[in-house]
Design a protein around this ligand. Structure first.
Ligand code: 5GP
Ligand code: ZN
Length: 123
């Protein structure tokens, strides 16, 4: 898609700090991180918003979501058990959709936001 920033990142014509790539998806560091770890996962194929996804995108969406814990583990912010059996670590997973959802870049992306608290508020 012409003039789409994330299509340009997927094509390699705009640089980004890539942390993961496969045939369908790319993940890279957010340029303005909201936390110690802030990744964006995008499908290489252009879809503007979650609301533009159709039934043919269902499996792609599932695979994109399944990438989240995998990349969180790669980044060291996955959910795990400590020696006492308590859960530690963790991250937020966010998809902003449309103007009222706060979406700024109209190419579907999942934010993965993590790192030790206190970096963020409750939401
Ligand atoms: P949205 O508000 O659309 O959900 O999030 C867009 C995100 O893209 C923002 O967190 C913003 O910091 C990030 N972003 C905007 N431009 C660039 C860029 O050129 N490179 C990278 N790596 N991230 C960007
Ligand atoms: Zn795009």
């Amino acid at each position: 898609m012409e003039n789409c920033l994330f299509c340009k990142i997927a094509a390699g014509t705009v640089p980004a700090q890539k942390v993961y790539e496969d045939a369908e998806f790319l993940a890279f560091n957010d340029i303005f991180p909201a936390a110690p770890i802030h990744l964006l996962i995008i499908p290489k194929h252009h879809v503007a918003t979650l609301s533009d996804c159709t039934s043919s995108d269902t499996e792609l969406l599932g695979r994109m979501l399944a990438l989240v814990p995998k990349l969180a583990e790669q980044q060291g912010c996955h959910v795990q058990l400590d020696d006492a059996g308590n859960r530690i670590g963790g991250y937020k997973t966010l998809i902003n959709s449309g103007p009222d959802g706060g979406q700024e870049v109209y190419h579907l992306h999942v934010h993965v936001i993590g790192g030790p608290r206190p970096w963020h508020g409750k939401n």
